[in-house]
Design a binder for this molecule. Structure first.
Ligand code: M6R
Length: 365
C-alpha cells in the first residue's frame, strides 16, 4: 500500500509530479486556460470581483498565502488571506462582489467549513479548492475546483499543497485571461511553464541526499529559523510547519527583512538557518541577510536557483533549484523542505506518518 516506500509521506512526496499533471489535466489547452465547467462566473462577473479572501487552515492556509501573491500579480484583484478560525471573528468586509476561496485538502475541516458558511451568509460567492469530491466544503461552495492529488494518508500534507498551488495558478491565469490583462502570448507562456513543473519537481527530488545530510545535522537542535522574502517567506512558513509537526523541533519562518527588528537577537553560534533565495528581485537583499546571520555563527543551508552563485560563498550548504518563473517557484522550493522535515523526523526517531497530538482531519473547532 505504501508503494515500496517506508512511509506514506515519502510516497506522497514522490507522487507530486503526477499530482501536478493531474491537477493541470484538461484545464489547459495549448493556448488557453479553461475553467468554464467548474466556475460559474462569467467574464462580466469576473470583471466585477472587487476583492478575494483566501480562508483555510494549516498547510492549506500557506497555499493561500502564495495565492495572495499569485492572484494579485496575475489578476490584479486585491487579495487577503486568513486563517479560518480567525476570519469569522474579525468582522471581515464581505460584499456580493467578494470572492471567498476556501482551500481544504479534506474538505471537512470544521473551521474552514464554518468560515465558508459565514461568508455565504454575508452574501459572498464561495469557491472551494479541495481534494475530496463530495466533501462538505465541495457540497456547500458555489464553485469547486478539485485538486487531483489522489488520497493523502500521511498527516503531514505534501502533494495536497503543491496541487493546491497549481489550482491557484490556473485560477490566476484564467482571471487574467478573462479580464484581458495578459496577451495570448503571455498566457501561452504561463501554460508552458506550468506544464514543465512536473519534471522540475523530479529534478529537485534528486537532491534528497544533500537534504538528508542537513536534516541529520539539525536533529540535535531545538530551535531553528527559515528566512526568506516574499514568496520565499510564504514557503518558509510551510517548511517550518512541516518541520514542527514531524520532528518537534521548534522553528520560526521569518520575513528576512524583519530580522534586525528583534529576532536577530536569537541568532547564536551553531543555530541552523534555512535561507530561501529564489526571487531575483530580492536576491541581493537576501544575501546580505544571510551574511548577517553567518557573522553571528549560524549554520546555514541556502536554497537558490541554478545560476545564482553568490549565495554559496556565504552559506555552509547549498541546494540548487531548477529555474522556473518567479511566481511558480514555491512548487519547487517546498520539495526540499518536505524532505528536510521527513529526514529530521527519522533522525530523531519519531513516527513520520502519525505525529503526536495531530489528526489528519480536524473536525472540531
Ligand atoms: O484538510 P485541510 O486541508 O482543511 O487541513 C488543514 C490542516 O489541518 C492541515 O493542512 C494540517 O496543517 C497538516 N497536518 C499540515 O501538514
Amino acid at each position: 500500500e505504501k508503494g515500496g516506500y517506508d512511509h506514506f509521506m515519502m510516497k506522497e512526496i514522490y507522487e507530486q509530479p503526477k499530482a501536478i499533471r493531474d491537477t493541470l489535466g484538461s484545464r489547459i489547452k495549448e493556448e488557453t486556460v479553461d475553467l468554464t465547467n467548474e466556475i460559474g462566473l462569467n467574464k462580466e462577473e469576473i470583471n466585477e470581483i472587487e476583492r478575494i479572501h483566501f480562508v483555510a487552515c494549516g498547510t492549506a492556509y500557506h497555499a493561500g498565502l502564495v495565492g495572495k501573491y499569485v492572484i494579485e500579480d496575475l489578476a490584479r484583484i486585491p487579495v487577503e488571506c486568513d486563517v479560518a478560525s480567525e476570519y469569522r471573528y474579525r468582522n471581515p468586509i464581505i460584499t456580493a462582489k467578494t470572492l471567498v476561496i476556501v482551500v481544504s485538502q479534506s474538505g471537512e475541516t470544521a473551521d474552514t467549513l464554518a468560515a465558508l458558511r459565514e461568508a455565504k451568509r454575508q452574501g459572498a460567492r464561495v469557491l472551494a479548492i479541495t481534494n475530496v469530491v463530495g466533501s462538505s466544503v465541495a457540497r456547500e461552495a458555489d464553485d469547486v475546483m478539485i485538486t487531483w492529488a489522489g488520497p493523502e494518508i500521511a498527516v503531514a500534507s505534501t502533494k495536497a499543497y503543491t496541487s493546491q498551488l497549481i489550482a491557484i495558478y490556473l485560477l490566476g491565469a484564467y482571471f487574467a485571461q478573462e479580464k484581458e490583462l495578459k496577451t495570448a502570448a503571455e498566457i501561452t507562456t504561463i501554460i508552458s511553464e506550468l506544464k514543465q513543473l512536473p519534471e522540475k519537481v523530479e529534478e529537485v527530488l534528486q537532491q534528497e541526499e544533500t537534504v538528508k545530510a542537513f536534516a541529520t545535522s539539525i536533529a540535535k537542535h531545538n530551535n531553528l529559523f527559515f528566512l526568506g522574502r516574499g514568496l520565499d517567506n510564504a514557503v518558509g512558513l510551510e517548511g517550518s510547519l512541516k518541520l514542527k509537526e514531524l520532528s518537534y523541533i521548534h522553528s520560526e519562518a521569518y520575513a528576512a527583512g524583519e530580522l534586525k527588528h528583534g529576532t536577530l537577537a536569537l541568532i547564536e553560534e551553531g543555530i541552523p538557518v534555512i535561507a530561501l533565495a529564489t526571487q531575483p528581485a530580492i536576491y541581493d537583499k537576501m544575501v546580505s541577510n544571510v551574511e548577517e546571520v553567518k557573522a553571528r555563527g549560524a549554520h546555514v543551508l541556502g536554497l537558490t536557483t541554478v545560476g545564482n552563485n553568490e549565495l554559496e560563498k556565504t552559506v555552509d550548504e547549498v541546494i540548487y533549484i531548477p529555474a522556473v518563473s518567479d511566481l511558480l517557484s514555491p512548487v519547487i522550493t517546498v520539495i526540499p523542505l518536505q524532505l528536510l522535515a521527513y529526514y529530521a523526523c527519522l533522525a530523531r526517531g519519531y513516527d513520520v506518518d502519525k505525529p503526536r497530538n495531530l489528526a489528519k482531519s480536524v473536525t472540531v473547532e
